[in-house]
Design a protein around this ligand. Structure first.
Ligand SMILES: [Zn+2]
Ligand SMILES: [Zn+2]
Length: 124
């Protein structure tokens, strides 16, 4: 299967339906809080898959967007004062109890990717 991103002819090597390059880009943007997998799926830039939000973790998400293992690890870290849930949410590594709007920041990522799509069209 080919990568779901427009103008990308690389093979998708991930259950998300994207090539390693786009997976890396998506993940980076998600980590920076510029988009979410949900938005990417809605835009047709990724396939639905409820995986753990923690970077590099591909396990199925169970609680607050995290898999059982990461949730446990994070809960311990929060308890020990190493991190806080707010910090985790800000990084996009966990879901808030009540999802807050990220529209403003995520919009930018979409504009950037659309520009890239346009640019690559012109080069063909
Ligand atoms: Zn791609
Ligand atoms: Zn995980």
């Amino acid at each position: 299967m080919k990568c779901v991103m427009k103008n990308c002819h690389n093979e998708a090597e991930h259950a998300r339906g994207v090539c390693p390059r786009h997976l890396k880009e998506h993940r980076k943007a998600i980590r920076e809080g510029r988009t979410t997998w949900k938005e990417l799926v809605e835009a047709g830039w990724a396939l639905v898959l409820d995986t753990c939000l923690f970077p590099e973790c591909e396990s199925e998400s169970v609680t607050r967007g995290l898999c059982a293992y990461c949730y446990q690890t994070m809960r311990d870290a929060v308890k020990k004062g190493i991190t806080t849930w707010d910090e985790m949410i800000e990084k996009g590594w966990a879901k808030p109890a009540q999802p807050k709007s990220q529209t403003k920041r995520t919009r930018l990522y979409f504009i950037e990717q659309s520009k890239k799509e346009k640019a690559s069209e012109e080069y063909i």
